[in-house]
Design a binder for this molecule. Structure first.
Ligand SMILES: NC(=O)C1=CN([C@@H]2O[C@H](COP(=O)(O)OP(=O)(O)OC[C@H]3O[C@@H](n4cnc5c(N)ncnc54)[C@H](OP(=O)(O)O)[C@@H]3O)[C@@H](O)[C@H]2O)C=CC1
Ligand SMILES: O=C(O)CCC(=O)C(=O)O
Length: 435
């Protein structure tokens, strides 16, 4: 291990009112609010406000020109009472320690909402992946695994893709880990290419679950999909796959975007014709240059008059500054943490249902769980089986949340937190509080 920084009891710096909430602040405020809907032991609540550990490492990288740069990496492990830590690795210039902790907390709740036997973790490297050549990305990834190998393992903590990482990144991580162990250990990461033990359907699973949850929620609120308009921010693993499936199922996807901005057609876009981020980064705006489709900014996309808004790029995009201007009837969170706590309150006041990330994008970790099962059993599942089981798990979780929403007359986020926290608190209680 490199520099191993364990958690201190100090609270993180609170951002001032004109700074955006950090993921950790949002996660903690959501947890405090969820507590008011549940009988949950004070000690368990206090424990869940903190990660078990945050590992900080430095990762030297020899550049193609022979120079050396050193990057910072993190792995935050929040809670493992229900099973090994689980969660993605992000390569992004704005990765921070607190962001990893907040995202790790959301992974704990997400696995519990889905009733998957995993806890929550998240990590990343503070780097712009677009600034790396393929060889540099491989060297950085292998060295990062070397630095965190002591805290990772198929029954300990199992990384997966997130923003800026992909199946190839997972393949390098698995290979680096396996080479040191002296045997092939596919179960150490999920989201790998199927040729080396990855599950069919994993790459598209988070987008698929967003589409399934959107369809269920539209049915519930009486919006026939064939008459529903959808705007999707972000056209990556989550956004592009959600948009394409909703389009296939009959919805009108009227706007999509990448980091540079979006495109809009009130009659519905031909989303199948636009390459996703994995196929070609920044392709949405490039597509706009080649066609006469209307352009709009990412901020304008969030305020479009549509039936469903799916923020599926970065966190903190719906804030107290723009929540009053959101003109969608429903919000389905594809990204992790796209809605700040303050924005959530405004949307609740305006009676705009927000289906939370910990339910909507949970297809990724659910198929990761299927992958892990396939790896330890050395048995492959067909794509049809993955889709059938994912559909069934998503509908079961959506129904569990809906029941809480109806019985307690709470928001969809509150309902999801009730489902998740009751399972986690029960496990802590039975195991004896401090596992
Ligand atoms: N991958 C996974 O398994 C899962 C991911 N998530 C979450 O979903 C979100 C997106 O992840 P994922 O789809 O994997 O990421 P990708 O890296 O595959 O794609 C991200 C997309 O968002 C665009 N984008 C980047 N920055 C911005 C910005 N500031 N404003 C608008 N668009 C932007 C990118 O544009 P460009 O192409 O121009 O770079 C790209 O289209 C994240 O919050 C992630 O944590 C949740 C569950 C699972
Ligand atoms: O597949 C996984 O293990 C985790 C995916 C992830 O990071 C997420 O759901 O946010």
């Amino acid at each position: 291990m490199g520099t191993d920084q364990h958690v201190s009891t100090a609270e993180p710096q609170q951002s001032s009112s004109d700074e955006p909430e950090t993921a950790l602040e949002t996660a903690r405020r959501q947890l405090a609010r969820a507590r008011s809907n549940l009988e949950i032991d004070d000690a368990i609540h206090e424990r869940l406000r903190y990660p078990r550990a945050v590992h900080e490492v430095t990762v030297p990288l020899e550049r193609d020109d022979g120079s050396v740069d050193v990057f910072t990496g993190y792995r935050a492990q929040h809670d493992s009472v229900r099973g090994p830590y689980k969660g993605g690795l992000r390569y992004h210039p704005e990765v921070t320690r607190d962001e990893c902790v907040g995202l790790a907390m959301w992974m704990t709740w997400k696995c519990a909402v889905m009733d998957i036997p995993f806890g929550g973790a998240k990590g990343g490297v503070v780097v712009d992946p677009k600034s790396l050549s393929a060889d540099e990305k491989e060297r950085l990834t292998r060295r990062f695994m070397q630095e965190i190998r002591g805290v990772i393992g198929p029954t300990k903590d199992i990384p997966a893709p997130d923003m800026g990482t992909d199946p190839q990144t997972m393949a390098w991580l698995m290979d680096a880990y396996s080479m040191q162990e002296g045997e092939t250990i596919p179960g150490v990461v999920t989201g790998k290419p199927p040729a080396i033990g990855g599950s069919k359907g994993r790459e598209r699973a988070p987008g698929r679950s967003v589409a399934i949850v959107t369809r269920k929620t539209c049915e519930y609120f009486d919006y026939p999909l064939s008459e529903t308009t959808v705007a999707v921010q972000g056209f990556g693993s989550v956004g592009a796959n959600a948009a394409r499936l909703l389009d296939e199922w009959g919805a009108d996807v009227v706007a999509v975007s990448d980091v540079n901005g979006g495109i809009y057609d009130p009659d519905g876009l031909e989303v199948g014709a636009i390459p996703s981020h994995d196929e070609e980064p920044e392709a949405v705006t490039r597509y706009a240059e080649e066609t006469d489709v209307s352009r709009l900014s990412n901020d304008e996309l969030l305020e479009l008059d549509v039936d469903v808004l799916v923020p599926a790029a970065v966190g903190n995009v719906l804030t107290e500054d723009n929540a009053a201007a959101v003109d969608a009837d429903l919000v389905v969170e594809g990204a992790n943490g796209p809605t700040t706590f303050a924005a959530d309150a405004i949307l609740e006041e305006r009676e705009i249902p927000v289906v939370p990330d910990i339910l909507a994008n949970a297809g990724g970790v659910t198929v990761s769980y299927f992958e892990w099962l396939q790896d330890i059993n050395r048995r492959r599942w067909s794509l049809e089986r993955v889709h059938e089981e994912l559909d069934s798990e998503m509908v079961t979780a959506w129904n569990a949340v809906r029941e809480e929403v109806e019985q307690r007359d709470v928001t969809w986020r509150d309902g999801a937190y009730v489902v998740a926290l009751s399972r986690i608190a029960e496990a802590h209680d039975i195991r004896g509080l401090w596992p």
